[in-house]
Design a protein around this ligand. Structure first.
Ligand code: SAM
Length: 329
């Protein structure tokens, strides 16, 4: 098992399929994009499936989430999902996507074995969407959400990041929209993971503020029907339920003590935390001929060194040099 020195066990693997994205969300990357990883450095589909197989069969991974960048721009995504679904014990398989491409791909992904999808959406206004993402793709995202729901990838979860003075007023309309459509909305506090290193605490809308904004229009009660476990979102029943809303207070309400996540970047590096400053190279070892047992050993060692917390509040905190899009959000 992937046990760290604090006794936490990683069972939830986040795999970045590519660092490339077809949106340019302001809190993630600059409008001109980034220096994408050269193709030769990206894991091939076979290499991804080999590492995921080691994770599932040897290291106790029970949940695999494909992300990026934008995972749907990776051509082999359906094939990768299909091969993941053949693993035993069969892991839960999900994708975090900006939704573009889901209208076309949701049925094939569901048929390949995808269980669920998280779609990012920070505004319901088409012009605002264009300003926030530098692309005019709002309609594609809405169509993608609907297609995912219709394909049975439920519950469709919607991720929203609020920024002070920018899309704060969207909190209530976003929740109303998700309630109407049957999607589960989760707000995520903005984290210092943007490529531009422009994050500042003052512009982050905190979990407390999000709950206050929502409480003006909805009756929220903590959903204690189920143990939160390692789930990052604190969940609330909306107007008595059964609909719920989640708030992920990554910065102000960190959940590092219960973290069960480990990450594999698109270029084959294991990261034991979003905010880790060190990575462990599985791609190099794999291409140099390492056996599955040797790769598993490297992976175990990488997780053993996981720090107690992300340390954003430490005076010595340093933002990781790789942005969210390269790590895999
Ligand atoms: N392209 C996919 C998407 O849009 O969901 C997957 C990758 S994206 C990096 C994953 C999630 O990270 C998205 O929900 C996005 O809103 C969130 N995200 C990106 N940068 C963030 C930041 N600085 N703070 C908080 N969340 C962030």
């Amino acid at each position: 098992m992937l046990r760290d020195s604090f006794g936490r066990v990683a069972t939830d693997l986040r795999v970045s399929l590519t660092d490339k994205c077809n949106l340019r969300c302001t809190y993630c990357m600059p409008p001109e994009g980034l220096d994408w990883l050269p193709n030769a450095q990206l894991l091939t589909a076979d290499e991804i499936v080999r590492l995921v197989t080691i994770g599932v069969e040897r290291l106790g991974i029970t949940e695999v989430r494909y992300t990026g960048g934008e995972p749907l721009v990776r051509r082999e995504v359906v094939d990768i999902v299909r091969r993941t679904a053949l693993l035993r014990p069969r892991p839960q398989i999900s994708i975090t996507s900006n939704g573009i491409g889901l209208a076309r791909m949701a049925p094939a992904l569901a048929e390949a074995g995808l269980d669920r999808v998280n779609v990012s959406l920070d505004t319901l206004d088409r012009d605002h969407f264009k300003r926030l993402t530098h692309r005019d793709r709002f309609d594609d995202v809405i169509a993608g959400l609907r297609a995912a729901h219709e394909a049975g990838l439920r519950p469709v979860k919607v991720n929203a990041v609020l920024m002070r003075g920018i899309n704060e007023p969207e909190a209530v309309p976003l929740l109303r929209f998700c309630l109407e459509q049957g999607y589960e909305l989760r707000f995520i506090e903005q984290m210092p993971l943007d490529a531009q290193h422009g994050w500042d605490r003052a512009s982050m809308v905190t979990a407390d503020e999000i709950l206050e904004l929502l409480s003006a229009s909805f009756d929220l009660t903590p959903d204690d029907r189920e143990d939160r476990g390692s789930a990052p979102a604190e969940r609330f029943l909306v107007d008595g339920g059964p609909a719920r809303v989640g708030v992920i207070g990554s910065v102000t309400r960190p959940f590092c003590g219960a973290c069960d996540r480990v990450r594999l970047t698109a270029d084959g590096q294991v990261r034991n935390c979003l905010f880790a400053t060190e990575e462990s190279d599985l791609r190099g070892a794999m291409r140099a001929g390492a056996s599955d047992a040797e790769l598993a050993e490297r992976w175990l060692a990488a997780v053993r060194g996981k720090r107690a917390g992300h340390g954003i509040d430490d005076p010595s905190f340093l933002q990781p040099s790789r942005p969210m899009s390269a790590i895999g959000g």
